[in-house]
Design a protein around this ligand. Structure first.
Ligand code: HAM
Length: 438
């Protein structure tokens, strides 16, 4: 007996129907925001991910050497491929670029609830626009998608953090440039580790900096607990960073919230400096959407990454975007009773009362299908009673009945299986009659 590998799912048709509902909401909402769909490769050169995504992703890669001796990896995320695709054509592209994609990603993670080794992810990104209006549009889309699933303010929230503010805060505390990113990657883990482990990791990140980890740890915890701009401003008093740099960033915060408010999204978004994000390439505002019921897991995450395209060797291209996984979203929809499926059942079931009519029935079936109507029929000849049972069991809305009497008059029977109402239709205008009855 063979089993699926840990962290990989197999989708039976009813699972695909649920998954495709999620895909439909993702795609329809992104298109309503005028994003265009793109599709990057599943397998990439290994160093596309090892150089830019950061340590956490590096340890989770499904990597191997292919038969041509190339070091390759299944994609753990879409962002580096997107940066390459846009970067390669940057000079000839109309800006801003607003793109989305949907596909499976692979991470060799420790399997746990909400975390798998193969998961679908929706991504939406805006490249070539440095203003906060792009950050707002991206957060507006994130909120728009979760609302399109029928989720409410009681069920999710977006926590908004800011790497720029963190850099200012650490500079203010005397942390030199080269220690800032290592410290931030420790801050990213603060909610997931014990205070002792946090202190130990922070000491490691600060080694050689001349800064005492325990004093800085206290300041970091205090800074994270601040939830309004006034107290954030006050936290910088008496430090090394000039006030105008801090004030300029806080005015960005005000502008972002004013725009989100016009979009009807501000109520879903809460300032939260505990969000710094694990991936290495983020540069400005960063955010994560969390479910606020049940396990409280992350539904989506993203932020601004202004240097990635340039770091890959292409022209300067500021960027902002997010990724949303299917696993936690579908768990949440089930939990709150808002899970839906795309309809797999056919529109029509054709019933054949006499085998001599099978050829004519098949001709009609294929003509209906060519019009995009979903039609099923039974391969085995059977009595009409059995065929009606079959039509019910597959959830067909209409039965079209080929029987000798009607057929001799150029007609077929049509029965609405939901209302029970029966009628007759001319065979030569069957398509129109079926469309009218559906
Ligand atoms: P990320 O935070 O690594 O960001 O992933 C985004 C979302 O993908 C998570 O919030 C979660 O819903 C889902 N996800 C991630 N890993 C797993 C897993 N192992 N199993 C199930 N779901 C998972 C990124 O990937 C960035 N590239 C997003 C981005 C796009 N930033 C800018 N543009």
């Amino acid at each position: 007996m063979f089993k699926t590998l840990p962290g990989f799912r197999e989708f039976y048709p009813e699972d695909v129907a649920k998954r495709d509902y999620i895909f439909k909401v993702w795609r329809d909402t992104a298109r309503a925001f005028a994003f265009c769909e793109f599709d990057p490769p599943v397998l990439e050169q290994l160093d596309l991910f090892t150089e830019k995504s950061g340590e956490e992703i590096k340890s989770q890669l499904f990597e191997f050497t292919d038969k041509g001796g190339r070091a390759v990896s299944l994609r753990p995320e879409m962002t580096p491929s997107l940066a390459r695709m846009v970067g390669a054509k940057a000079n000839s592209m109309r800006r801003p670029v607003k793109w989305f994609c949907m596909g499976e990603n692979y991470r060799y993670e420790r399997q746990q609830k909400g975390r798998l080794r193969a998961f679908y992810q929706f991504n939406a990104d805006i490249l070539g626009e440095e203003s906060l209006r792009a950050d707002a549009e991206i957060i507006g889309l994130l909120v728009g998608i979760l609302k399109a699933f029928g989720l409410t303010r009681d069920e999710f929230k977006v926590r908004l953090g800011d790497r720029t503010l963190w850099v200012l805060f650490l500079e203010n505390a005397g942390v030199k440039d080269e220690f800032i990113m290592p410290v931030l990657s420790v801050v990213d883990k603060i909610e997931r580790v014990s205070p002792e482990a946090f202190l130990e990791m922070l000491s490691g990140a600060l080694e050689g900096s001349g800064i005492k980890a325990d004093a800085l740890a206290g300041k970091i915890r205090e800074f994270i607990s601040l939830k309004d701009l006034e107290s954030i401003r006050a936290a910088f008093d008496g430090g090394m960073v000039p006030a105008d740099r801090i004030d300029a960033r806080l005015s960005d915060w005000r502008e972002l919230f004013a725009t989100l408010s016009d979009m009807g999204a501000a109520d879903f978004v809460k300032p939260d400096l505990g969000i710094v994000r694990g991936l290495a390439y983020y540069t400005g505002f960063v955010f994560e959407a969390f479910q606020t019921v049940g396990s409280g897991r992350a539904l989506a995450g993203g932020g601004r990454y202004d240097n990635l395209v340039k770091k890959l060797g292409y022209p300067d291209m500021p960027a902002v975007g997010f990724g949303m996984g299917d696993v936690t979203v579908s768990d949440l929809l089930e939990l709150v009773g808002k899970g839906k499926s795309l309809d797999n059942s056919p529109d029509v079931c054709v019933l054949i009362a006499d085998e001599s009519l099978r050829g004519d029935a098949l001709r009609a079936i294929y003509a209906l299908r060519a019009e995009g109507i979903r039609v099923d029929y039974q391969f085995k000849g059977a009595g009409l009673g059995k065929q009606f049972k079959y039509a019910d069991s597959i959830g067909a809305r209409l039965a079209v009945i080929f029987a000798p009497d009607e057929f001799s008059r150029g007609c077929v029977g049509i029965k609405n299986l939901k209302s029970g109402v029966s009628d007759e239709a001319k065979l030569d205008s069957l398509c129109a009659a079926v469309k009218a009855a559906l």
